[in-house]
Design a protein around this ligand. Structure first.
Ligand SMILES: [Zn+2]
Length: 249
């Protein structure tokens, strides 16, 4: 456990604005904001990660009960503590910024508990892909997703909301069209209906800011009349969104 690394401030005062910010949390980018900013939680450096692998090997080779063995294990523990400290510090700074800057902070709803639950299963029903899930669990925890939301809620009580996640990454934030083909790559979103082009993470965060994630919203018609009204919507043939599986993120 990391102790006393960051000074924990009291709840921040509301900024006196009703500006809404949406936050999409991911593995590549820790927090993509709907204003286009991309915030990354600092990780161990490549050199530090190499040390994390090196010292246990040296410890294993050291004679049993030797001073060297103890020292090698201590080095690993220090590196892990350093990583946890950086993560905690980043979450404190970022949550303070969010609480002070925005009237309402919307996170896409992640079931982190389910994602990080042990994949080992029970003796009678062993889990599958234990190793892969353990890797994902570590990645998720390392990103500090849960901590960021928790700290933001503490500093902005009543001003944090969760938006159902399933379609935030596939929905066009300009027209509401949901299609897995719009997600061209990890980074690129090009709407297959209206052609809106955007960074994929920013697009998802914009959907989160709008509170649009779980339920497909009727899109605007691109017909000659431009936007349609609610009363005329029923007469328009809406192309049906491609059926897609619910993505994990
Ligand atoms: Zn579109």
């Amino acid at each position: 456990m990391a102790r006393g690394f960051a000074v924990i401030p009291a709840p921040a005062e509301a900024p006196g604005t009703d500006e809404v910010i949406g936050i999409d949390r991911g593995v590549k980018i820790t927090a993509a904001l709907s204003d286009g900013r991309k915030l990354n939680c600092p990780q161990l450096t490549v050199k530090e990660r190499a040390q994390v692998r090196k010292h246990p090997r040296r410890a294993a080779r050291a004679p049993k009960g030797s001073e060297q063995k103890t020292a090698e294990y201590a080095k690993v523990a220090r590196l892990k503590a350093r990583e946890a400290g950086r993560r905690k510090d980043w979450c404190e700074k970022t949550s303070t910024m969010l609480a002070r800057t925005y009237g309402l902070v919307r996170f896409e709803k992640l079931n982190i508990k389910n994602m990080t639950r042990s994949a080992r299963g029970t003796a009678g029903q062993p889990g599958r892909q234990v190793k892969q899930k353990a890797g994902l669990n570590r990645a998720i925890l390392a990103q500090g997703w849960g901590l960021l939301r928790q700290r933001t809620e503490y500093k902005a009580p009543g001003r944090v909301e969760d938006v159902p996640a399933p379609y935030t990454s596939l929905r066009c934030s300009a027209c509401g069209w949901i299609d897995k083909n719009s997600r061209k790559s990890q980074a690129e979103f090009v709407c297959s209906f209206c052609g809106f082009t955007c960074n994929a993470d920013t697009n998802a965060a914009t959907n989160v800011a709008a509170g649009q994630g779980g339920i497909p919203r009727p899109r605007r018609s691109a017909g000659a009349g431009g936007m349609t009204t609610a009363t005329s919507r029923s007469s328009i043939r809406e192309p049906q969104p491609t059926r897609v599986g619910i993505p994990l993120f």
